[in-house]
Write a protein that binds this ligand. Sequence first.
Ligand SMILES: Nc1ncnc2c1ncn2[C@@H]1O[C@H](COP(=O)(O)OP(=O)(O)OP(=O)(O)O)[C@@H](O)[C@H]1O
Length: 237
Amino acid sequence: MNGTGNPGLPLLEARGVTRVFGKGNGTVFALKGASLNVDRGRLIALKGRSGSGKTTLLNIMAALDSPTEGTVLYGGRDGSQMTDQQKNEMRKREIGLIFQSFALVPYMTAYENVEFGLRIAGIPTLERKMLAEQALSFVGLANRMHHMPPELSGGEQQRTAIARAIAHKPKLILADEPTAELDSRMGKQVMQVFRELVRTEGIAVVLTTHDPHIMELVDDVYALEDGRIGSEISKEA
Ligand SMILES: Nc1ncnc2c1ncn2[C@@H]1O[C@H](COP(=O)(O)OP(=O)(O)OP(=O)(O)O)[C@@H](O)[C@H]1O
Protein backbone atom coordinates (compact mmCIF):
# COMPACT_ATOMS: atom_id res chain seq x y z
CA MET A 1 0.00 0.00 0.00
CA ASN A 2 1.57 3.30 0.94
CA GLY A 3 4.37 1.86 3.07
CA THR A 4 6.95 2.57 0.43
CA GLY A 5 4.77 4.75 -1.77
CA ASN A 6 4.14 8.48 -1.87
CA PRO A 7 2.71 9.61 1.49
CA GLY A 8 0.77 12.32 -0.39
CA LEU A 9 -1.35 9.70 -2.14
CA PRO A 10 -4.53 8.25 -0.63
CA LEU A 11 -4.06 4.96 1.17
CA LEU A 12 -6.55 3.43 -1.23
CA GLU A 13 -8.40 4.68 -4.31
CA ALA A 14 -11.24 2.73 -5.86
CA ARG A 15 -11.86 4.10 -9.36
CA GLY A 16 -14.90 3.20 -11.39
CA VAL A 17 -15.20 -0.23 -9.82
CA THR A 18 -17.73 -2.50 -11.49
CA ARG A 19 -18.39 -6.05 -10.33
CA VAL A 20 -20.62 -8.38 -12.28
CA PHE A 21 -21.65 -11.78 -10.94
CA GLY A 22 -23.11 -14.56 -13.09
CA LYS A 23 -24.03 -14.69 -16.75
CA GLY A 24 -27.04 -14.35 -19.05
CA ASN A 25 -30.38 -13.98 -17.27
CA GLY A 26 -28.66 -14.45 -13.92
CA THR A 27 -26.30 -11.48 -14.34
CA VAL A 28 -26.08 -9.22 -11.27
CA PHE A 29 -24.33 -5.84 -11.37
CA ALA A 30 -23.27 -5.63 -7.72
CA LEU A 31 -21.23 -2.47 -8.43
CA LYS A 32 -21.48 -0.12 -11.40
CA GLY A 33 -18.55 2.27 -11.38
CA ALA A 34 -18.10 2.94 -7.65
CA SER A 35 -15.29 5.37 -6.76
CA LEU A 36 -13.95 6.13 -3.31
CA ASN A 37 -10.75 7.57 -1.83
CA VAL A 38 -9.57 6.43 1.58
CA ASP A 39 -7.10 8.76 3.30
CA ARG A 40 -5.14 7.88 6.39
CA GLY A 41 -6.58 9.07 9.67
CA ARG A 42 -10.23 8.78 8.56
CA LEU A 43 -13.07 6.76 10.01
CA ILE A 44 -15.44 6.04 7.12
CA ALA A 45 -18.86 4.38 7.00
CA LEU A 46 -20.37 2.83 3.88
CA LYS A 47 -24.13 2.68 4.03
CA GLY A 48 -26.71 1.34 1.62
CA ARG A 49 -29.74 -0.91 1.52
CA SER A 50 -29.30 -4.67 1.65
CA GLY A 51 -27.83 -5.87 -1.63
CA SER A 52 -26.42 -2.45 -2.58
CA GLY A 53 -22.89 -3.85 -2.89
CA LYS A 54 -21.26 -2.88 0.42
CA THR A 55 -19.70 -6.28 1.11
CA THR A 56 -18.68 -6.63 -2.54
CA LEU A 57 -16.84 -3.30 -2.40
CA LEU A 58 -15.19 -4.17 0.91
CA ASN A 59 -14.00 -7.53 -0.49
CA ILE A 60 -12.57 -5.78 -3.55
CA MET A 61 -10.82 -3.16 -1.39
CA ALA A 62 -9.34 -6.04 0.65
CA ALA A 63 -8.07 -7.59 -2.62
CA LEU A 64 -10.06 -10.74 -1.78
CA ASP A 65 -12.01 -10.22 -5.02
CA SER A 66 -11.18 -8.39 -8.27
CA PRO A 67 -13.25 -5.79 -10.10
CA THR A 68 -14.77 -6.79 -13.44
CA GLU A 69 -13.89 -3.25 -14.56
CA GLY A 70 -12.16 -0.34 -12.88
CA THR A 71 -9.12 -0.21 -10.64
CA VAL A 72 -8.11 -0.19 -7.02
CA LEU A 73 -4.88 1.63 -6.21
CA TYR A 74 -3.04 0.87 -2.98
CA GLY A 75 -0.80 3.87 -2.27
CA GLY A 76 -0.79 4.43 -6.02
CA ARG A 77 -0.09 0.78 -6.83
CA ASP A 78 -2.57 -0.86 -9.17
CA GLY A 79 -4.06 -4.00 -7.60
CA SER A 80 -4.69 -5.55 -11.03
CA GLN A 81 -0.94 -5.49 -11.72
CA MET A 82 -0.18 -7.48 -8.57
CA THR A 83 0.13 -11.28 -8.48
CA ASP A 84 -2.02 -13.27 -6.04
CA GLN A 85 1.04 -13.74 -3.86
CA GLN A 86 1.75 -10.00 -3.80
CA LYS A 87 -1.88 -9.36 -2.88
CA ASN A 88 -1.71 -11.92 -0.07
CA GLU A 89 1.47 -10.34 1.25
CA MET A 90 -0.02 -6.85 1.12
CA ARG A 91 -3.17 -8.03 2.90
CA LYS A 92 -1.18 -9.77 5.62
CA ARG A 93 1.03 -6.75 6.22
CA GLU A 94 -1.18 -3.76 5.61
CA ILE A 95 -4.86 -4.65 5.96
CA GLY A 96 -6.87 -5.82 8.96
CA LEU A 97 -10.22 -7.51 8.35
CA ILE A 98 -13.15 -7.64 10.78
CA PHE A 99 -16.43 -9.47 10.24
CA GLN A 100 -19.91 -9.13 11.70
CA SER A 101 -19.76 -12.60 13.25
CA PHE A 102 -16.32 -12.04 14.91
CA ALA A 103 -14.95 -15.28 13.31
CA LEU A 104 -12.97 -16.28 16.41
CA VAL A 105 -11.79 -19.85 17.01
CA PRO A 106 -14.06 -20.90 19.94
CA TYR A 107 -11.61 -23.27 21.65
CA MET A 108 -8.72 -20.79 21.71
CA THR A 109 -8.44 -18.02 24.30
CA ALA A 110 -8.64 -14.40 23.18
CA TYR A 111 -4.84 -14.24 23.43
CA GLU A 112 -4.41 -17.44 21.37
CA ASN A 113 -6.80 -16.14 18.69
CA VAL A 114 -4.72 -12.98 18.28
CA GLU A 115 -1.42 -14.85 18.47
CA PHE A 116 -2.62 -17.38 15.88
CA GLY A 117 -3.39 -14.55 13.44
CA LEU A 118 0.17 -13.27 13.87
CA ARG A 119 1.55 -16.77 13.32
CA ILE A 120 -0.35 -17.00 10.02
CA ALA A 121 1.12 -13.60 9.09
CA GLY A 122 4.59 -15.10 9.63
CA ILE A 123 5.59 -12.97 12.66
CA PRO A 124 8.42 -14.54 14.76
CA THR A 125 7.47 -16.11 18.14
CA LEU A 126 8.90 -13.49 20.53
CA GLU A 127 7.42 -10.60 18.63
CA ARG A 128 4.04 -12.38 18.50
CA LYS A 129 3.69 -12.37 22.28
CA MET A 130 4.47 -8.67 22.54
CA LEU A 131 2.22 -7.64 19.64
CA ALA A 132 -0.70 -9.81 20.81
CA GLU A 133 -0.53 -8.42 24.37
CA GLN A 134 -0.22 -4.86 23.07
CA ALA A 135 -3.26 -5.23 20.80
CA LEU A 136 -5.39 -6.85 23.53
CA SER A 137 -4.44 -4.09 25.98
CA PHE A 138 -5.30 -1.47 23.39
CA VAL A 139 -8.86 -2.82 23.08
CA GLY A 140 -9.20 -2.98 26.88
CA LEU A 141 -8.93 -6.75 27.27
CA ALA A 142 -5.66 -7.07 29.22
CA ASN A 143 -7.56 -8.74 32.07
CA ARG A 144 -9.77 -10.99 29.93
CA MET A 145 -7.29 -12.27 27.37
CA HIS A 146 -7.00 -15.78 28.79
CA HIS A 147 -10.73 -16.45 28.43
CA MET A 148 -12.31 -18.40 25.57
CA PRO A 149 -14.77 -16.54 23.28
CA PRO A 150 -17.90 -18.23 24.78
CA GLU A 151 -16.85 -16.79 28.18
CA LEU A 152 -16.71 -13.26 26.73
CA SER A 153 -19.54 -10.81 25.99
CA GLY A 154 -20.36 -9.97 22.36
CA GLY A 155 -18.53 -6.65 22.69
CA GLU A 156 -15.49 -8.37 24.19
CA GLN A 157 -15.51 -10.92 21.38
CA GLN A 158 -15.64 -8.20 18.75
CA ARG A 159 -12.84 -6.32 20.55
CA THR A 160 -10.82 -9.56 20.44
CA ALA A 161 -11.47 -9.69 16.68
CA ILE A 162 -10.31 -6.06 16.43
CA ALA A 163 -7.16 -6.93 18.42
CA ARG A 164 -6.52 -9.75 15.95
CA ALA A 165 -7.03 -7.36 13.02
CA ILE A 166 -4.72 -4.64 14.40
CA ALA A 167 -1.97 -6.74 16.04
CA HIS A 168 0.25 -6.65 12.96
CA LYS A 169 -0.19 -2.87 12.78
CA PRO A 170 -2.00 -2.55 9.46
CA LYS A 171 -2.60 0.80 7.75
CA LEU A 172 -6.19 0.04 6.82
CA ILE A 173 -8.98 -1.73 8.69
CA LEU A 174 -11.93 -3.03 6.67
CA ALA A 175 -14.87 -4.04 8.83
CA ASP A 176 -18.09 -5.59 7.48
CA GLU A 177 -20.97 -4.62 9.80
CA PRO A 178 -18.75 -4.88 12.90
CA THR A 179 -21.47 -3.69 15.27
CA ALA A 180 -24.48 -5.52 13.80
CA GLU A 181 -24.46 -8.29 16.43
CA LEU A 182 -23.93 -5.91 19.34
CA ASP A 183 -26.28 -3.89 21.50
CA SER A 184 -25.87 -0.11 21.31
CA ARG A 185 -23.59 0.14 24.37
CA MET A 186 -21.21 -2.50 23.07
CA GLY A 187 -21.41 -1.04 19.56
CA LYS A 188 -20.30 2.30 21.01
CA GLN A 189 -17.37 0.64 22.80
CA VAL A 190 -16.23 -0.89 19.53
CA MET A 191 -16.55 2.49 17.78
CA GLN A 192 -14.46 4.08 20.55
CA VAL A 193 -11.72 1.56 19.83
CA PHE A 194 -11.83 2.45 16.11
CA ARG A 195 -11.77 6.16 16.94
CA GLU A 196 -8.76 5.70 19.21
CA LEU A 197 -6.94 3.69 16.52
CA VAL A 198 -7.51 6.39 13.93
CA ARG A 199 -6.41 9.10 16.38
CA THR A 200 -3.30 7.46 17.80
CA GLU A 201 -2.07 5.31 14.90
CA GLY A 202 -3.27 7.43 11.99
CA ILE A 203 -4.70 4.40 10.25
CA ALA A 204 -7.93 4.44 8.23
CA VAL A 205 -11.04 2.42 9.06
CA VAL A 206 -13.77 1.65 6.52
CA LEU A 207 -16.84 -0.06 7.95
CA THR A 208 -20.24 -0.95 6.58
CA THR A 209 -23.34 -0.31 8.65
CA HIS A 210 -27.10 0.11 8.56
CA ASP A 211 -27.16 1.84 11.93
CA PRO A 212 -27.74 5.64 11.93
CA HIS A 213 -26.22 5.90 15.44
CA ILE A 214 -22.97 4.44 14.16
CA MET A 215 -22.98 6.87 11.22
CA GLU A 216 -23.00 9.74 13.72
CA LEU A 217 -19.70 8.51 15.14
CA VAL A 218 -17.62 8.52 11.93
CA ASP A 219 -15.82 11.20 9.88
CA ASP A 220 -17.38 10.44 6.49
CA VAL A 221 -20.50 8.56 5.43
CA TYR A 222 -20.72 7.30 1.85
CA ALA A 223 -23.93 5.88 0.45
CA LEU A 224 -23.93 3.08 -2.08
CA GLU A 225 -26.86 3.55 -4.43
CA ASP A 226 -27.36 1.72 -7.68
CA GLY A 227 -23.87 0.29 -7.52
CA ARG A 228 -22.22 3.71 -7.21
CA ILE A 229 -21.14 5.93 -4.36
CA GLY A 230 -24.08 8.28 -4.54
CA SER A 231 -23.62 10.80 -1.77
CA GLU A 232 -21.22 11.79 0.90
CA ILE A 233 -21.70 13.45 4.23
CA SER A 234 -18.33 14.73 5.42
CA LYS A 235 -17.77 16.06 8.87
CA GLU A 236 -14.83 17.85 10.41
CA ALA A 237 -12.47 15.30 11.98
N1 LIG B 1 -20.78 -14.45 -5.27
C1 LIG B 1 -21.90 -13.90 -5.73
N2 LIG B 1 -22.57 -14.43 -6.77
C2 LIG B 1 -23.69 -13.86 -7.26
N3 LIG B 1 -24.23 -12.72 -6.78
C3 LIG B 1 -23.61 -12.13 -5.74
C4 LIG B 1 -22.41 -12.68 -5.16
N4 LIG B 1 -22.01 -11.87 -4.14
C5 LIG B 1 -22.92 -10.87 -4.10
N5 LIG B 1 -23.86 -11.01 -5.05
C6 LIG B 1 -25.01 -10.10 -5.32
O1 LIG B 1 -24.48 -8.79 -5.46
C7 LIG B 1 -25.34 -7.82 -4.84
C8 LIG B 1 -24.57 -7.06 -3.78
O2 LIG B 1 -24.30 -7.92 -2.65
P1 LIG B 1 -23.52 -7.44 -1.34
O3 LIG B 1 -23.39 -8.62 -0.47
O4 LIG B 1 -22.29 -6.72 -1.75
O5 LIG B 1 -24.57 -6.40 -0.72
P2 LIG B 1 -24.58 -5.69 0.70
O6 LIG B 1 -24.85 -4.23 0.44
O7 LIG B 1 -23.35 -6.02 1.45
O8 LIG B 1 -25.84 -6.34 1.38
P3 LIG B 1 -26.19 -6.62 2.96
O9 LIG B 1 -26.37 -5.24 3.56
O10 LIG B 1 -27.45 -7.39 2.89
O11 LIG B 1 -25.04 -7.37 3.54
C9 LIG B 1 -26.52 -8.60 -4.30
O12 LIG B 1 -27.55 -8.55 -5.26
C10 LIG B 1 -25.98 -10.02 -4.15
O13 LIG B 1 -27.01 -10.98 -4.27
